[in-house]
Design a protein around this ligand. Structure first.
Ligand SMILES: CC(=O)N[C@H]1[C@@H](OP(=O)(O)OP(=O)(O)OC[C@H]2O[C@@H](n3ccc(=O)[nH]c3=O)[C@H](O)[C@@H]2O)O[C@H](CO)[C@H](O)[C@@H]1O
Ligand SMILES: [Mn+2]
Length: 293
């Protein structure tokens, strides 16, 4: 009896072969020994089993302020198809117009929580204030409701699976425009006066502001610290070149992420590099001037 139960719980997976690495065309491990997630490097069934045993719950935060509410429908519909399928998910929709949030049918174990927040006049402030808002809600609400947070831009759609393979203490994503570049050419903040300053001979990768996450505790630390850095800059009348994204890059320089997502997870649809076998989460082009203001 005992034996058969034990067998029931068993799942067979193909053996990882030390002498036959699945990817040799891209970097799959950083110099501080954390994985870079590319298609082919993980077995999702194995990971799903591990995370199911822990009964994890994932919170997704997304902001839709002013005109950006138009992006919610496609974002949510495609998330239902591809984001953390089979796991427990809370969508946290942060908006100034709760009535405009579309009614999307959600799968079992998935809920939507609409949080009304104030709007800022400048889009740069909308983007940067996300950090403050996430840190406040992380402390008072998310920590009691979910294990992990995934914080995403809204003018996006899922077009392939994004699952538990992304989860780790604190993770970032390689920006699609920079993953083949030398660090001198990254658009880090280069003015010494800014808290986001990074020297030309420093920096590992250029991380995208639109896809980050981790445990609620770690996301709280990150967003809180980077909100403080933004406020210090404000007091010194300086605004980092790429706003919150510049501060994110500075944070990750000093606090190395524990996992990194490849550009499969943030694709801008420019070119078709061979190394990109999947396009999991892609940017929906927006007419910048019209939509941002
Ligand atoms: C792909 C990527 O990494 N994009 C980054 C880049 O993006 P973008 O130029 O794509 O910035 P963006 O327009 O996506 O703004 C960031 C996010 O703020 C929200 N929003 C913004 C304005 C507004 O009126 N209403 C609203 O809801 C929305 O969720 C949006 O996705 O630079 C920004 C800061 O300069 C952020 O770091 C973005 O994450
Ligand atoms: Mn964006």
């Amino acid at each position: 009896m005992k034996k058969s139960r034990k067998q029931e719980a068993r799942m067979k997976f193909s053996q990882p072969e030390v002498m036959n690495p699945p990817r040799t065309d891209v970097l799959v491990m950083t110099p501080w020994f954390v994985p870079i997630v590319w298609d082919g490097t993980f077995n999702i069934n194995l990971l799903n089993q591990q995370f199911k045993l822990r009964d994890v719950k994932i919170g997704l935060t997304v902001f839709a302020i002013k005109k950006y509410v138009v992006f919610l429908q496609r974002f949510l519909e495609t998330a239902e198809k591809f984001f953390m399928v089979g796991h427990k998910v809370n969508y946290y929709i942060m908006t100034d117009q709760p009535k405009e949030v579309p009614n999307v049918t959600l799968g079992e174990g998935r809920s939507m929580i609409v949080l009304k927040i104030q709007r800022y006049a400048r889009w740069q402030d909308v983007s940067m204030r996300r950090m403050e808002i996430i840190s406040l809600f992380a402390k008072k609400q998310f920590i009691h409701e979910v294990d992990y947070l995934v914080c995403l831009d809204v003018h996006m759609k899922f077009s392939d699976c994004v699952g538990v393979e992304i989860l780790s203490n604190i993770f970032g994503t390689l920006h699609p425009g920079f993953f083949r570049m030398q660090r001198q050419n990254f658009t880090y903040e280069r003015r010494l006066e800014s808290q986001a300053y990074i020297a030309h001979d420093e920096g590992d990768f250029y991380y995208a502001g639109g896809f980050l996450g981790g445990t609620v505790e770690e996301v709280y630390k990150l967003t809180n610290q980077y909100h403080n850095a933004i406020m210090t800059d404000k007091a010194n009348s300086i605004e980092a070149l790429w706003h919150d994204e510049s501060h994110l890059n500075k944070y990750f320089l000093n606090h190395k992420p524990t996992k990194i997502l490849s550009p499969e997870y943030m694709w801008d649809c420019k070119g078709e590099p061979k190394v990109l076998r999947k396009r999991r989460f892609v940017i929906v082009p927006k007419n910048c001037d019209q939509i941002k203001n």
